[in-house]
Design a protein around this ligand. Structure first.
Ligand code: NDP
Length: 449
């Protein structure tokens, strides 16, 4: 492998030993782009990879709020503005108790290349807090969001940094965050956040966008294999925002999700999670953050398997991990290979360990990378920003059509990049290279800093 790439990976491994998720992402992306570094010695002269591995800035701040019992609670908040070379920083906020600096940095690093891949002018960022909304009242969530925004508002803005939702942050949280931003700034800059409610500048299809986009990308992969989505059965991990979008679009296109899971266990619904009633039930579960997945089985008469994971079931055609990071390690990958399932589409950020990816691919499973598959979410967020700045409201059909075109474009770009470097049908390397190229060129042209 390229010596400079090896040197930078070794440096990051040594320096950030305590940030395993971040190290894994850097290693994966930089290994993929090694052929680009061979072709561009000027990037090494500009020490581009070392610079790209260091966020432009990262904030860590105190978020203090009062719970319903009048007790003072303190959490840690983060915002990592990773790379702004091609546009204002853009990336979600995650509220979950396992959020730490490593998680925020890996997500911000990934976001930089993902945003570039959409073809839209947005830089990479991520933020969040170790606050867990599960079990909190609406009033507690509001007070937390207000305190979080009070600490953050000085550092964001429609042309500076535009946060959005992620795990634990949906339209309710975005509403409270925007309300506090507006109160503090005394203006109506609704382009500062995306994922807003439709009443104050949200975009139609934004809630569905990541899941819809993932299914559009899946269609391209199936087409490449001479296959089609009709009649396919899918196992999706998670039942949150992204998983719900996958279920909805799969149902529209004649496929069905028959498995879903959460941290408490998984559901097998052989009839398919494909009716409005079922989809609304899931939406409601997510909004309540109750973690009560079993109630779905009770309501719709199917099986709930407590404390279990579904990896290895063989009565599906496609696996789509869409919950969180580190879902599939080597043990789960072995089960997937034994199941004979051919398609593995990453949707959540970094759901698979490097060893598991290698094992799946060596055994003939087609693996698509989350960086590309889930990019429709941020893509539609950027469309929301355009609508806000031009005071426009596009129809659902218009946004959905743009999303579909964007996903095909991302797929084609990834394939083209892999082929240009003689890598064949390697969607992972292709996405990394295609995302990297634009950021690298922009940084080269903006001078050394
Ligand atoms: P949500 O908070 O809406 O849903 C997360 C889901 O994952 C829940 O069903 C939750 O179930 C489950 N989950 C979370 N942690 C664990 C865990 N440790 N073990 C098992 N299940 C878990 O998040 P999103 O749907 O928005 O995000 C899902 C993934 O997609 C994340 O990786 C996110 O970064 C990525 N993504 C999201 C985008 C978006 O537009 N929302 C855009 C691009 C990427 P439970 O609460 O019961 O544990």
């Amino acid at each position: 492998m390229n010596k400079y790439v090896e040197k930078v990976i070794a440096y990051v491994k040594e320096k950030y030993q305590d940030q395993p998720e971040f190290v894994q992402t850097v290693e994966e992306v930089y290994t993929s782009i090694a052929p680009v570094m061979d072709a561009h010695p000027e990037y090494e002269e500009a020490d581009l990879l070392m610079r790209m591995a260091e966020p432009e800035r990262i904030f860590r701040f105190r978020v203090t709020w009062m719970d319903d019992q009048g007790k003072v609670q303190t959490n840690v908040g983060y915002r990592c503005q990773f790379n702004g070379a091609i546009g204002p920083y853009k990336g979600g906020l995650r509220f979950r108790n396992n959020v730490n600096e490593s998680v925020i940095k890996f997500l911000g690093f990934e976001q930089t290349f993902k945003n570039s891949l959409t073809g839209l002018p947005i830089g990479g960022a991520k933020g969040g807090s170790d606050f867990d909304p599960a079990g909190k009242s609406d009033a507690e969530i509001m007070r937390f969001c207000q305190s979080f925004m009070t600490a953050l508002y000085r550092y964001i803005g429609p042309d500076i940094d535009v946060p959005a939702g992620d795990i634990g942050v949906g339209s309710r949280e975005i509403g409270y965050l925007f309300g506090q931003y507006r109160r503090l700034k005394g203006n109506f800059e609704n382009g500062v956040l995306t994922g807003k409610d439709l009443t104050f500048g949200g975009s139609l299809i934004r809630p569905e966008a990541t899941g819809y986009g993932a299914v559009y990308y899946l269609q391209e992969v199936l087409k490449h294999e001479g296959d089609s989505i009709e009649g396919k059965k899918i196992a999706v991990s998670g039942y949150g925002n992204v998983s719900w979008g996958i279920m909805k679009k799969a149902a529209q296109l004649g496929a069905k999700v028959t498995y879903m899971s959460g941290s408490a266990g998984y559901i097998h619904d052989e009839a398919g999670i494909d009716t409005d009633e079922k989809l609304d039930f899931i939406l409601d579960l997510r909004v309540k953050n109750s973690k009560d997945l079993k109630s779905y089985a009770d309501r719709f008469g199917c099986e709930f398997y407590p404390k279990a994971k579904f990896w290895g079931v063989d009565d599906v055609d496609i696996y789509m991990p869409a919950a969180t990071q580190n879902e599939v390690r080597i043990e789960e990958a072995e089960k997937i290979v034994r199941s004979g399932v051919k398609y593995y589409m990453e949707v959540s950020n970094m759901p698979t360990s490097s060893e598991a990816i290698a094992y799946l691919r060596e055994n003939g499973v087609i693996v698509a990378p989350s960086k590309a598959v889930n990019a429709g979410g941020v893509g539609v967020s950027a469309l929301e920003m355009s609508q806000n700045s031009e005071r426009l409201e596009w129809t659902a059909e218009e946004v959905d059509q743009r999303l579909k075109t964007m996903m095909k474009d991302i797929y084609d770009k990834s394939l083209d990049a892999a082929q240009r470097y003689g890598l064949g049908y390697d969607l992972i390397a292709g996405a990394n290279i295609a995302g990297f190229e634009k950021v690298a060129e922009a940084m080269m042209k903006q001078g050394i800093f």
